[in-house]
Write a protein that binds this ligand. Structure first.
Ligand SMILES: Cc1ncc(COP(=O)(O)O)c(C=O)c1O
Length: 323
Protein backbone atom coordinates (compact mmCIF):
# COMPACT_ATOMS: atom_id res chain seq x y z
CA UNK A 1 0.00 0.00 0.00
CA UNK A 2 2.68 2.45 1.11
CA UNK A 3 6.39 2.91 0.53
CA UNK A 4 8.28 1.02 3.22
CA UNK A 5 5.67 -1.72 3.60
CA UNK A 6 7.16 -5.16 4.15
CA UNK A 7 6.89 -8.12 1.80
CA UNK A 8 8.00 -11.61 2.77
CA UNK A 9 10.16 -13.58 0.35
CA UNK A 10 12.02 -16.89 0.75
CA UNK A 11 15.78 -16.86 1.22
CA UNK A 12 16.30 -19.44 -1.53
CA UNK A 13 15.10 -18.18 -4.90
CA UNK A 14 16.26 -16.11 -7.85
CA UNK A 15 17.20 -12.52 -7.07
CA UNK A 16 14.25 -11.13 -9.05
CA UNK A 17 11.75 -12.42 -6.46
CA UNK A 18 13.24 -9.89 -4.02
CA UNK A 19 14.39 -7.06 -6.29
CA UNK A 20 10.83 -6.83 -7.65
CA UNK A 21 9.79 -5.87 -4.12
CA UNK A 22 12.39 -3.09 -3.91
CA UNK A 23 11.28 -1.80 -7.32
CA UNK A 24 7.96 -0.76 -5.79
CA UNK A 25 9.65 0.79 -2.73
CA UNK A 26 8.67 -2.06 -0.42
CA UNK A 27 11.09 -3.79 1.94
CA UNK A 28 11.90 -7.46 1.33
CA UNK A 29 11.95 -9.52 4.51
CA UNK A 30 13.81 -12.76 3.90
CA UNK A 31 12.19 -15.84 5.37
CA UNK A 32 13.83 -19.18 6.03
CA UNK A 33 12.85 -22.26 4.09
CA UNK A 34 11.39 -25.62 4.93
CA UNK A 35 14.25 -28.14 5.16
CA UNK A 36 12.36 -30.79 3.20
CA UNK A 37 10.88 -28.87 0.27
CA UNK A 38 13.24 -25.85 -0.04
CA UNK A 39 10.13 -23.65 -0.09
CA UNK A 40 9.25 -20.79 2.24
CA UNK A 41 8.57 -22.14 5.73
CA UNK A 42 5.07 -21.21 6.95
CA UNK A 43 6.33 -21.30 10.57
CA UNK A 44 9.19 -18.91 9.78
CA UNK A 45 6.78 -16.78 7.76
CA UNK A 46 4.48 -16.37 10.73
CA UNK A 47 7.39 -15.24 12.91
CA UNK A 48 8.43 -12.65 10.31
CA UNK A 49 5.02 -10.97 10.09
CA UNK A 50 4.84 -7.47 11.58
CA UNK A 51 2.28 -4.67 11.53
CA UNK A 52 3.82 -3.50 8.24
CA UNK A 53 3.69 -6.82 6.38
CA UNK A 54 1.37 -6.58 3.39
CA UNK A 55 2.22 -9.46 1.12
CA UNK A 56 4.27 -12.56 0.49
CA UNK A 57 6.10 -13.36 -2.73
CA UNK A 58 6.31 -17.11 -2.46
CA UNK A 59 8.28 -19.28 -4.81
CA UNK A 60 7.52 -22.84 -5.83
CA UNK A 61 11.19 -23.74 -5.73
CA UNK A 62 12.15 -26.22 -8.40
CA UNK A 63 8.45 -26.36 -9.27
CA UNK A 64 7.53 -28.12 -6.04
CA UNK A 65 4.41 -26.32 -4.76
CA UNK A 66 4.76 -24.40 -1.51
CA UNK A 67 2.40 -25.39 1.28
CA UNK A 68 -0.55 -23.40 0.01
CA UNK A 69 -2.97 -24.56 2.73
CA UNK A 70 -0.86 -23.10 5.51
CA UNK A 71 0.22 -20.05 3.55
CA UNK A 72 -3.33 -19.19 2.56
CA UNK A 73 -4.50 -19.59 6.18
CA UNK A 74 -1.72 -17.26 7.34
CA UNK A 75 -2.49 -14.76 4.60
CA UNK A 76 -6.13 -14.73 5.58
CA UNK A 77 -5.35 -14.29 9.27
CA UNK A 78 -2.91 -11.43 8.68
CA UNK A 79 -4.57 -9.94 5.58
CA UNK A 80 -1.61 -10.51 3.30
CA UNK A 81 -1.71 -10.64 -0.48
CA UNK A 82 -0.15 -13.72 -2.06
CA UNK A 83 2.05 -13.41 -5.13
CA UNK A 84 3.07 -16.81 -6.44
CA UNK A 85 6.38 -16.60 -8.23
CA UNK A 86 5.82 -19.65 -10.39
CA UNK A 87 8.88 -19.14 -12.62
CA UNK A 88 9.99 -22.74 -11.93
CA UNK A 89 6.60 -24.35 -11.77
CA UNK A 90 4.80 -24.40 -15.12
CA UNK A 91 2.25 -27.20 -14.85
CA UNK A 92 2.53 -27.91 -11.10
CA UNK A 93 -0.68 -28.31 -9.10
CA UNK A 94 -1.68 -28.22 -5.47
CA UNK A 95 -4.81 -30.29 -4.71
CA UNK A 96 -5.71 -30.30 -8.38
CA UNK A 97 -5.37 -26.54 -8.94
CA UNK A 98 -2.51 -25.25 -11.05
CA UNK A 99 0.00 -23.05 -9.24
CA UNK A 100 -0.20 -19.42 -10.27
CA UNK A 101 -3.96 -19.62 -9.72
CA UNK A 102 -3.80 -20.14 -5.95
CA UNK A 103 -2.94 -16.64 -4.76
CA UNK A 104 -3.81 -13.07 -5.76
CA UNK A 105 -1.26 -12.95 -8.57
CA UNK A 106 0.74 -15.67 -10.28
CA UNK A 107 3.84 -14.95 -12.35
CA UNK A 108 5.63 -17.19 -14.83
CA UNK A 109 8.87 -16.77 -16.72
CA UNK A 110 9.35 -17.80 -20.35
CA UNK A 111 13.06 -17.00 -20.32
CA UNK A 112 15.06 -19.33 -22.54
CA UNK A 113 15.90 -21.92 -19.84
CA UNK A 114 12.32 -22.53 -18.76
CA UNK A 115 10.03 -25.44 -19.68
CA UNK A 116 7.96 -23.03 -21.77
CA UNK A 117 10.36 -20.63 -23.40
CA UNK A 118 10.18 -17.71 -25.82
CA UNK A 119 13.71 -16.41 -25.41
CA UNK A 120 12.55 -13.84 -22.88
CA UNK A 121 9.15 -12.92 -21.54
CA UNK A 122 6.61 -13.93 -18.96
CA UNK A 123 2.99 -13.80 -17.92
CA UNK A 124 1.00 -12.61 -14.93
CA UNK A 125 -2.20 -14.42 -13.98
CA UNK A 126 -4.95 -13.05 -11.78
CA UNK A 127 -8.70 -13.26 -11.50
CA UNK A 128 -8.87 -9.80 -9.96
CA UNK A 129 -9.81 -7.30 -12.65
CA UNK A 130 -8.20 -4.32 -10.84
CA UNK A 131 -4.88 -6.14 -10.60
CA UNK A 132 -5.18 -7.27 -14.22
CA UNK A 133 -5.67 -3.65 -15.33
CA UNK A 134 -2.71 -2.49 -13.25
CA UNK A 135 -0.49 -5.25 -14.59
CA UNK A 136 -1.54 -4.41 -18.15
CA UNK A 137 -0.79 -0.74 -17.53
CA UNK A 138 2.59 -1.38 -15.90
CA UNK A 139 3.82 -3.46 -18.84
CA UNK A 140 2.47 -1.00 -21.38
CA UNK A 141 4.21 2.24 -20.36
CA UNK A 142 1.44 3.22 -17.94
CA UNK A 143 -1.33 3.23 -20.55
CA UNK A 144 -4.83 2.22 -19.54
CA UNK A 145 -6.95 -0.24 -21.48
CA UNK A 146 -9.69 1.56 -23.43
CA UNK A 147 -8.00 4.97 -23.05
CA UNK A 148 -6.08 6.91 -25.75
CA UNK A 149 -2.69 5.55 -26.77
CA UNK A 150 -0.90 8.73 -25.68
CA UNK A 151 -2.50 9.01 -22.26
CA UNK A 152 -0.45 7.67 -19.36
CA UNK A 153 -1.78 6.83 -15.90
CA UNK A 154 1.13 5.47 -13.90
CA UNK A 155 4.84 4.88 -14.05
CA UNK A 156 5.20 1.78 -16.16
CA UNK A 157 7.67 0.47 -18.65
CA UNK A 158 7.73 -1.28 -21.98
CA UNK A 159 7.68 -4.90 -20.85
CA UNK A 160 5.73 -6.23 -23.82
CA UNK A 161 6.51 -9.54 -25.43
CA UNK A 162 6.57 -9.49 -29.22
CA UNK A 163 3.88 -11.31 -31.19
CA UNK A 164 6.59 -13.35 -32.83
CA UNK A 165 7.62 -14.67 -29.41
CA UNK A 166 3.99 -15.25 -28.51
CA UNK A 167 3.57 -17.42 -31.60
CA UNK A 168 6.59 -19.52 -30.63
CA UNK A 169 5.19 -19.92 -27.15
CA UNK A 170 1.70 -20.76 -28.33
CA UNK A 171 2.97 -23.61 -30.45
CA UNK A 172 4.62 -25.17 -27.38
CA UNK A 173 1.32 -25.54 -25.52
CA UNK A 174 0.31 -28.36 -27.86
CA UNK A 175 3.01 -30.64 -26.46
CA UNK A 176 3.35 -29.11 -23.03
CA UNK A 177 0.92 -31.35 -21.08
CA UNK A 178 2.54 -34.43 -22.53
CA UNK A 179 6.01 -33.19 -21.66
CA UNK A 180 5.04 -32.40 -18.07
CA UNK A 181 3.62 -35.90 -17.62
CA UNK A 182 6.63 -37.50 -19.27
CA UNK A 183 9.10 -35.63 -17.05
CA UNK A 184 7.13 -36.44 -13.96
CA UNK A 185 7.00 -40.14 -14.82
CA UNK A 186 10.76 -40.21 -15.25
CA UNK A 187 11.30 -38.22 -12.05
CA UNK A 188 9.09 -40.61 -10.07
CA UNK A 189 11.11 -43.53 -11.37
CA UNK A 190 14.38 -41.75 -10.56
CA UNK A 191 13.12 -40.97 -7.04
CA UNK A 192 12.39 -44.66 -6.46
CA UNK A 193 15.92 -45.54 -7.47
CA UNK A 194 17.50 -42.76 -5.40
CA UNK A 195 15.77 -44.01 -2.26
CA UNK A 196 17.89 -47.14 -2.52
CA UNK A 197 21.16 -45.18 -2.60
CA UNK A 198 22.30 -44.26 0.88
CA UNK A 199 22.93 -40.55 1.18
CA UNK A 200 20.64 -39.48 -1.70
CA UNK A 201 17.09 -38.61 -0.83
CA UNK A 202 14.29 -37.34 -3.05
CA UNK A 203 11.83 -34.83 -1.56
CA UNK A 204 9.05 -36.62 0.34
CA UNK A 205 6.12 -36.09 -1.95
CA UNK A 206 3.12 -34.51 -0.26
CA UNK A 207 -0.09 -36.10 -1.64
CA UNK A 208 -1.50 -32.57 -2.07
CA UNK A 209 1.13 -32.03 -4.80
CA UNK A 210 -1.03 -33.45 -7.56
CA UNK A 211 1.33 -32.49 -10.35
CA UNK A 212 5.01 -31.48 -10.21
CA UNK A 213 6.17 -29.58 -13.26
CA UNK A 214 9.74 -28.51 -12.77
CA UNK A 215 12.42 -26.26 -14.14
CA UNK A 216 14.95 -28.21 -12.12
CA UNK A 217 14.27 -31.20 -9.91
CA UNK A 218 15.49 -30.66 -6.35
CA UNK A 219 16.54 -33.51 -4.10
CA UNK A 220 18.73 -33.96 -1.02
CA UNK A 221 22.31 -35.06 -0.54
CA UNK A 222 23.10 -36.17 3.01
CA UNK A 223 26.90 -36.03 3.57
CA UNK A 224 26.71 -37.99 6.85
CA UNK A 225 25.13 -40.90 4.97
CA UNK A 226 27.68 -40.67 2.16
CA UNK A 227 30.82 -41.46 4.15
CA UNK A 228 31.10 -37.78 5.07
CA UNK A 229 31.89 -36.72 1.47
CA UNK A 230 30.97 -33.05 1.09
CA UNK A 231 28.17 -32.02 -1.27
CA UNK A 232 30.63 -30.08 -3.41
CA UNK A 233 32.93 -33.09 -3.74
CA UNK A 234 29.90 -35.22 -4.65
CA UNK A 235 28.95 -32.69 -7.34
CA UNK A 236 32.47 -32.73 -8.73
CA UNK A 237 32.37 -36.52 -8.99
CA UNK A 238 28.89 -36.46 -10.56
CA UNK A 239 29.94 -33.87 -13.11
CA UNK A 240 33.07 -35.89 -13.91
CA UNK A 241 30.72 -38.81 -14.65
CA UNK A 242 28.78 -36.55 -17.03
CA UNK A 243 25.71 -36.41 -14.80
CA UNK A 244 23.78 -33.13 -15.16
CA UNK A 245 23.66 -32.39 -11.43
CA UNK A 246 24.07 -28.95 -9.87
CA UNK A 247 23.60 -27.05 -6.63
CA UNK A 248 19.89 -27.19 -5.88
CA UNK A 249 17.28 -24.68 -4.76
CA UNK A 250 18.78 -21.86 -6.86
CA UNK A 251 22.06 -21.57 -4.98
CA UNK A 252 23.04 -19.17 -2.24
CA UNK A 253 20.56 -17.32 -0.04
CA UNK A 254 19.88 -14.20 -2.06
CA UNK A 255 20.38 -11.73 0.78
CA UNK A 256 24.09 -12.58 0.52
CA UNK A 257 24.32 -10.79 -2.84
CA UNK A 258 26.03 -7.38 -2.92
CA UNK A 259 22.78 -5.75 -4.05
CA UNK A 260 21.31 -6.46 -0.60
CA UNK A 261 24.48 -6.43 1.47
CA UNK A 262 25.24 -2.90 0.21
CA UNK A 263 21.68 -1.62 0.56
CA UNK A 264 21.32 1.02 3.26
CA UNK A 265 17.71 2.12 2.97
CA UNK A 266 14.51 1.58 1.06
CA UNK A 267 11.93 4.37 0.85
CA UNK A 268 13.60 6.14 3.77
CA UNK A 269 13.59 3.03 5.97
CA UNK A 270 17.00 1.84 7.13
CA UNK A 271 17.79 -1.74 6.16
CA UNK A 272 20.77 -3.87 7.14
CA UNK A 273 20.81 -7.24 5.42
CA UNK A 274 24.29 -8.01 6.77
CA UNK A 275 22.45 -9.17 9.88
CA UNK A 276 20.02 -11.43 8.03
CA UNK A 277 20.62 -15.13 8.58
CA UNK A 278 18.29 -17.92 7.62
CA UNK A 279 19.79 -21.01 9.23
CA UNK A 280 18.11 -23.68 7.12
CA UNK A 281 18.68 -21.87 3.84
CA UNK A 282 22.38 -21.41 4.65
CA UNK A 283 22.83 -25.04 5.74
CA UNK A 284 20.95 -26.46 2.76
CA UNK A 285 22.87 -24.31 0.31
CA UNK A 286 26.23 -25.23 1.84
CA UNK A 287 25.71 -28.96 2.41
CA UNK A 288 22.61 -30.57 1.04
CA UNK A 289 20.85 -29.00 -1.93
CA UNK A 290 21.25 -30.75 -5.27
CA UNK A 291 19.20 -30.70 -8.44
CA UNK A 292 18.90 -31.98 -11.98
CA UNK A 293 17.73 -29.77 -14.85
CA UNK A 294 14.39 -30.45 -16.53
CA UNK A 295 16.13 -31.17 -19.82
CA UNK A 296 17.45 -34.46 -18.43
CA UNK A 297 13.93 -35.83 -18.00
CA UNK A 298 12.54 -35.62 -21.53
CA UNK A 299 14.26 -38.72 -22.85
CA UNK A 300 13.51 -42.42 -22.33
CA UNK A 301 13.52 -44.23 -19.00
CA UNK A 302 16.95 -45.59 -19.92
CA UNK A 303 18.30 -42.09 -19.23
CA UNK A 304 17.12 -42.42 -15.63
CA UNK A 305 18.88 -45.77 -15.39
CA UNK A 306 22.07 -44.10 -16.59
CA UNK A 307 21.72 -41.44 -13.90
CA UNK A 308 21.14 -44.10 -11.27
CA UNK A 309 24.10 -46.16 -12.47
CA UNK A 310 26.29 -43.05 -12.21
CA UNK A 311 25.09 -42.29 -8.70
CA UNK A 312 25.62 -45.91 -7.62
CA UNK A 313 29.14 -45.81 -9.00
CA UNK A 314 29.94 -42.67 -7.00
CA UNK A 315 28.40 -44.25 -3.90
CA UNK A 316 30.61 -47.34 -4.29
CA UNK A 317 33.68 -45.10 -4.37
CA UNK A 318 32.55 -42.73 -1.63
CA UNK A 319 35.32 -43.73 0.78
CA UNK A 320 37.95 -42.94 -1.87
CA UNK A 321 36.33 -39.56 -2.62
CA UNK A 322 36.67 -38.60 1.01
CA UNK A 323 40.47 -38.74 0.73
C1 LIG B 1 12.13 -17.82 -9.06
C2 LIG B 1 12.33 -16.90 -10.23
N1 LIG B 1 11.66 -15.74 -10.25
C3 LIG B 1 11.79 -14.88 -11.27
C4 LIG B 1 12.62 -15.14 -12.34
C5 LIG B 1 12.77 -14.10 -13.39
O1 LIG B 1 12.26 -14.46 -14.58
P1 LIG B 1 12.58 -13.56 -15.86
O2 LIG B 1 14.04 -13.73 -16.12
O3 LIG B 1 11.71 -14.13 -16.92
O4 LIG B 1 12.23 -12.17 -15.49
C6 LIG B 1 13.34 -16.34 -12.37
C7 LIG B 1 14.26 -16.65 -13.49
O5 LIG B 1 14.89 -17.65 -13.54
C8 LIG B 1 13.20 -17.23 -11.29
O6 LIG B 1 13.89 -18.37 -11.24
Amino acid sequence: DEAGDEVLVPALTFVASATAIVYINAVPVFVDVDAETYNISPAAMEKAITKRTRAVVLVHNGGYPANMDRIRALAKKHQLKIIEDSAHAHGSSWKGVKVGALGDLGTFSFQMGKTLASGEGGIILTNNSDLAEKAFSMHHNGRQAGRPFYEFHRIGSNLRMTEWQGAILNAQFKRFGKQIRHREKNATYLAQGLREIKGLRPIKRDPRVTSWGFYYWNFHYIPEDFEGVSRDRFLEAAQAEGLPVGVGAHGAPIYNNPVFQNMKSIAGRRVDYSRTHCAQAERLFAREAVCISHTAFLGPRADMDKLLAGFRKIRRHAAALKK
